[in-house]
Design a protein around this ligand. Structure first.
Ligand SMILES: [Zn+2]
Length: 79
């Protein structure tokens, strides 16, 4: 009795797959709390602090900037 089915998430992830920020999040290991904990030392289980959110956004921004600087604009990977 819920719309939040696995199918819903699969379709949502699929739709977002080619979005630059989604690409960036996977490239920088900021895609989920598990990766944040493992690669950035931001522990799971408590909400991100403002400083941590700033940090994550900064990581993403710098990664995207680097792609453009290196002439590799992040574009959709859809088929
Ligand atoms: Zn992840």
């Amino acid at each position: 009795m819920t719309v939040w089915t696995t199918d819903f998430f699969t379709k949502t992830v699929w739709t977002l797959r080619g979005h630059p920020i989604f690409v960036a999040q996977h490239a920088t290991a900021t895609c989920c709390r598990g990766c944040l904990a493992r690669w950035h030392g931001i522990s799971k289980g408590c909400p991100l602090s403002e400083a941590e959110i700033d940090y994550v956004l900064d990581v993403l921004r710098r990664w995207l900037e680097r792609q453009f600087e290196e002439g590799r604009p992040v574009t959709s990977t859809s088929d």
